[in-house]
Design a protein. Structure first.
Length: 202
């Protein structure tokens, strides 16, 4: 099946703007899918790198998304399969919910995409799927692929990472309860009214 885009989710990068191993593995997994696909993926037309600065700290030379894009273009991505102009960045998001929200609102909907692959680390995937399925809703055909990393270097051990992800998923579920998946208007209203990372933004 052809997909219109593959979205690579960000995480913390190094202070000099280079990728941590966790993020590098995500980008390389996405590149591999662009180049070789798999039993379901026949073709990918666009790439999207997603992620703003690390937390509220803007003392980095680039955003996570820009760092991932540079790595892909400079190191491994064949330009005949994915020209540079088809590698896009989403640089507003500060968490997984923001990545889903801004990719959908600012990139996918304007381009009328409906088939999208989402790539992140293995430890992150249960929450990624819950978030993207909720934000995008049933009108989209979403596929999920993970990079081989089961430890979040920002958290600690594999067990600590798993516990942290479970807590974050519970917080997400509780925050958005009562809203219908894919309800763009109500999701946006709550996002910019109640979400601590995006309150008052647009």
């Amino acid at each position: 099946m052809p997909y219109e885009s593959i979205v690579t989710l960000g995480n913390a990068i190094n202070r000099d703007g280079t990728l941590t191993e966790d993020v590098r593995l995500r980008v390389e997994r996405s590149i591999d899918l662009v180049v070789t696909g798999d039993e379901e993926i026949e073709r990918i037309d666009w790439m999207v790198m997603s992620g703003s600065y690390h937390g509220a700290d803007r003392n980095f030379p680039v955003t996570q998304a820009e760092a991932m894009k540079r790595y892909a273009l400079e190191k491994a991505l064949p330009s005949d399969l994915m020209p540079p102009e088809k590698v896009l960045t989403e640089e507003k998001s500060r968490d997984t919910v923001g990545e889903a929200f801004f990719v959908k609102r600012d990139i996918a909907l304007p381009r009328k995409w409906s088939r999208i692959i989402v790539v992140s680390s293995e430890y992150h995937m249960p929450r990624v799927k819950a978030v993207f399925d909720f934000i995008f809703g049933s009108d989209f055909n979403l596929a999920y692929r993970h990079a081989a990393a089961n430890v979040n270097p920002q958290v600690g051990t594999a067990t600590e990472t798993e516990d942290d992800e479970k807590k974050r998923l519970m917080v997400f579920t509780d925050f958005w309860k009562g809203l219908r998946p894919g309800d763009d208007a109500r999701i946006a209203e709550k996002q910019f009214t109640d979400h601590p990372l995006y309150k008052g933004a647009s």
